[in-house]
Write a protein that binds this ligand. Sequence first.
Ligand SMILES: [Zn+2]
Length: 422
Amino acid sequence: MSYYKADKVRFAANGNWIFIVSALAPHATDALKKLGRHVSCPVHGGKDGFRLFKSDFLETGGGVCNTCGPRHDGFELLMWLNNWSFKETLEAIGNFLSIEPELSWQEKKQQHEVTNQSTKTAATSKPGTAPKPSTNAEVKPSNVSTFKSVKTEAWLTKLQEDMELNAERQKAYSAKLEGKIAKIWSEECLPISSQMVEPMRAYFQNRELIFRWAEVEKSDCLRFHPALSYYDEDGNEVGKFPSIVCAIRDKKGKLITLHRIYLTATGMKANVPSPKKMMPIPENFSVTGASIRLGHPSEGILGVAEGVETALAAYRASNIPVWATVNATLLETFEAPEGVHTVLIWADKDRSLTGQKSAATLKARLEKNGIQVFILIPKQPITAQEKGVDWNDVLMSQGKHAFPGASYLRDFISRRTAGGNV
Ligand SMILES: [Zn+2]
């Protein structure tokens, strides 16, 4: 029995997923036609829970249903759409792309006997010479003419062309991203002590977060941008807004990317679809373990929270620096800097339990590295209108006294460290 090599098929499929999915899973046509937008799930139905990944569908062929879960690449997608095994999927794609199958050893032997001479090329017979899977930055031009069952429908070809253009644009953007981040941060932003930062001051004041500005400024992770461009999902500029800009740095202090909070002139959240947005991560950079480093930990104790506002609230109330990881996913990967023996996690209390679960994951990870961890969850109940409660909500509704104070925390930590009961 001949067979297909997964690497070879994967390599050939890269850049051609539109044609592959269109031919092998016609019931996903709607999702292709509205690539990147939500449509009814081809498997479970529903109204609009399913979409294909717009940014890299050409290369990876992945998609996600909010109910059925993510399919990271075209193989997983087709297995799920057609209820196929991996082998069936590999065969169907290999066959569709007219890839030469590998011969089994019996077939090779047979062929050898017939021709009495190997006709195989080195590439297909030597192990380790299979084509390398391409990196995510490169998209091969489509090779549609070699497909067995070419769909010549105009919308498919048009979609392919649009997506190739999109991928090129993204590649160009990604190449410039590191420089763009550095420029916004070093050239365009103002220090928080500047006279011009009124919208930022008002935003923090509304949340009772004005304090120790000098200390926060010294840690150089918050700045203000008087007119930062906001782009929609298709890369079109919607407008310019005053913004809080936060530096997300890795363990060594290297600037990885920026988090932005878009504001109105009076310090409200700007009226845009996502007023809080993190910039993408430049290629070859890793955001794992990185955070917004508000203040310098002393005495080996450091707090960590998801949002900047939550971190500033906990910092203000506890007088212990609290770093922000922006979201729950990054909270789980947080890395404590050198010299920190105790971490306080100021967890979000979410109805979905996301914040609490991430806090528990981080706790388990840090404890393995010998760091003492305490999770602090707001006692305040979640009201019917709220998705959750964070420590900034606690500060605003109950004040500093609803927090464990610095001396209480230090005392608590030292007694725990000494092995006593609390
Ligand atoms: Zn579904």
